[in-house]
Design a protein around this ligand. Structure first.
Ligand code: FES
Length: 316
């Protein structure tokens, strides 16, 4: 996210599942901007010389922007951001966040909405629910989790949504019958998925089998950048060379050097950070570029993709 960040203070912090903490954020100066269901913000965390920037969905009711709530899952393989939020951020801590952006809005033309949440993937749906209920929309929430780690909001949702809530706790061997669920829907139903890639793949595989239209499938696919081999990035316009470490993304390395690249999702889906490449082999890891664009070798998404060799020359 380039441009203006908002200064916030943590008003409340609570454990909502063994691996998930929720934070309520209040603005320090001006009121927080309004947002729509499915929006996220990028949270900036400064840890000495390192700065982490992670996107988190807003959990609050969009009609009440008096405070933003986010939930952070402690990743076992954390590169630092989720660990920093869990271990170093408490009530009273100050942070900077981007203004909200929405890459996962409900499609209000749908006759029915099937929400499929895996673990901490419940978060964007928390801001859907008040609006779906206000509109008296037809919906079901299917929540897949492991109670020993990620069953956030289960009891609350059970009570709030009654027959519209379906919980699948893998610790109790409960599995979501994705194929049957999709096959039972009438035309005009949209499905929304926020969860692991295996869940997204299962939905697409079933959709292909039963002819479910692609435009009726909505995916929130934020993926933290995976580590890789270190490499050198040469910035052709300025002649500068920067080193990209194994644990950081190219985007993070550019930001460390105060080079601004527009970005929204930081997970290879929005297309905002596209950057021209003059030379060097690319390891594409995004879900935005077409196969043709990827094989042209002329651009990459620096939020997730990296060099497939020791050096990349960039058109910046
Ligand atoms: S920031 Fe969205 S694709 Fe890179």
């Amino acid at each position: 996210m380039s441009g203006s960040y908002i200064e916030v203070q943590v008003e409340q912090c609570r454990q909502v599942a063994p691996a998930i903490k929720e934070f309520a954020l209040k603005a320090l100066d001006a009121p927080l901007p309004a947002f729509s269901p499915g929006s996220h913000v990028v949270v900036e965390m400064r840890d000495g010389q390192k700065t982490y920037r992670n996107p988190y969905s807003l959990l609050s009711d969009p009609r009440d922007p008096s405070a933003y709530r986010i939930a952070v899952r402690l990743q076992e393989q954390s590169r630092g951001g989720s660990r920093f939020m869990h271990e170093r951020i408490a009530e009273g801590s100050r942070l900077r966040i981007s203004p909200p952006a929405n890459l996962f809005a409900p499609d209000w033309r749908a006759r029915k909405h099937i929400l499929l949440a895996g673990g901490v993937g419940i978060t964007p749906f928390m801001s859907y629910l008040p609006e779906l209920q206000r509109r008296n929309a037809d919906f079901e929430l299917h929540h897949l989790f492991r109670s020993s780690r990620t069953g956030a909001y289960d009891a609350d949702l059970r009570q709030r949504l009654d027959g519209r809530y379906f919980a699948y706790d893998s610790a109790r061997d409960k599995r979501c019958p994705v194929a049957e669920l999709m096959a039972a829907q009438s035309p005009g139903t949209h499905i929304y998925i926020c969860g692991p890639q295996s869940l997204i793949d299962a939905v697409y595989a079933n959709a292909a089998q039963i002819g479910w239209p692609q435009e009726h499938i909505h995916v929130e696919a934020f993926a933290a950048p995976e580590p890789g081999e270190p490499f050198e990035a040469v910035l052709c316009k300025s002649g500068k060379t920067i080193q990209v470490g194994a644990e950081e993304s190219l985007l993070e390395a550019l930001e460390r050097e105060h080079i601004e690249v527009p970005n929204l999702c930081r997970g290879g889906v929005c297309g905002q950070c596209v950057t021209g490449v003059r030379d060097g082999a690319i390891e594409h890891r995004d879900h935005f570029l077409s196969e043709r664009e990827k094989s042209s070798g002329q651009c990459l998404m620096p939020c997730v993709s990296r060099a497939k060799g020791p050096k990349l020359e960039l058109e910046i």
